[in-house]
Design a protein around this ligand. Structure first.
Ligand code: SAH
Length: 245
């Protein structure tokens, strides 16, 4: 029934543009986005509930607010994009399915690489004990700070720096998630992943063309660490870059 989805999305967009309507019925619009994501295969109700909580329209320019509840990435300036809700949901679902997270019932201490506008950090914070999020572009780091303060997001630490180095002082992390993809996984991420922890990141596909999601579990057997990788579906993320700007 994609036609109905489109009609509903148009009606929702209209609702968000009524002069006094912006934000008023955004909870209802978000619920319908969540319903579409559920129909499209997102299964974990905890993730769907977190996506229903976070006002995505607060993280994009006012001119783009009417598109905030469509399942698309949108520009956030500086050549970067806010991730698609379905991909944010899918990655968090994968992290919650880790044996450690299943036992714990949440993501534990979580490291995010690529804060961008802060949207995914806000979603993660609903499901984690603490979120440490790193951004290499100063203007976006500052923007995320403003956005997250505006929605009164709790237990998120924003850091300005090169996320390829992770953040050793707060390591180890139970969950690590990257919103930008490189040719390989930086060694620091694996070094900072707690035993029993899981990392989910986009990475250049083995063919060398396009990107895939990679899941890495840190298992310890007889005192020896093993990192077990599995490749998931194709994705499209901005490039992971070193250094800061
Ligand atoms: N998490 C965001 C997605 C932002 S796009 C959301 O909620 O939508 C990915 C971000 O990763 C960009 O802002 C980009 O600047 C950043 N990035 C790329 N390489 C990085 C690195 N080495 N360290 C930190 N951030 C990085």
């Amino acid at each position: 029934m994609p036609q109905r989805h489109l009609q509903q999305a148009a009606a929702d967009a209209a609702r968000l543009t009524t002069p006094s309507g912006l934000g008023l019925d955004s909870a209802g619009v978000r619920q319908r986005m969540v319903q579409r994501l559920r129909l499209d295969g997102l299964r974990d109700e905890r993730v769907l509930a977190a996506l229903a909580q976070v006002p995505r329209h607060e993280f994009v320019d006012t001119a783009l607010a009417t598109q905030a509840y469509e399942d698309t990435s949108l520009p956030i300036g500086h050549g970067q994009t806010i991730s698609k809700p379905s991909v944010v949901g899918r990655m968090i679902e994968l992290m919650l399915a880790a044996p450690g997270a299943q036992q714990r019932g949440h993501l534990g201490k979580t490291l995010e690489i690529g804060t961008g506008c802060g949207y995914q950090a806000a979603v993660l914070a609903q499901l984690a004990r603490q979120v440490v999020s790193i951004e290499r572009l100063r203007p976006l780091h500052d923007k995320a700070r403003v956005n997250l303060a505006a929605i009164k997001a709790l237990h998120i630490r924003l850091l300005y720096g090169d996320g390829m180095l992770g953040h050793a002082p707060a390591a180890p992390y139970d969950s690590i998630i990257a919103a930008a993809g490189g040719d390989d996984l930086p060694a620091a991420w694996l070094a900072q992943l707690a035993p029993g922890g899981r990392l989910v990141a986009p990475m250049t596909a083995p063919s060398g063309r396009g990107q895939v999601l990679v899941v890495v579990d840190h298992l310890v057997e007889a005192g020896v660490s093993q990192f077990i990788r599995s490749l998931q579906e194709s994705v499209l993320f901005v490039p992971l870059k070193s250094g800061v700007l």
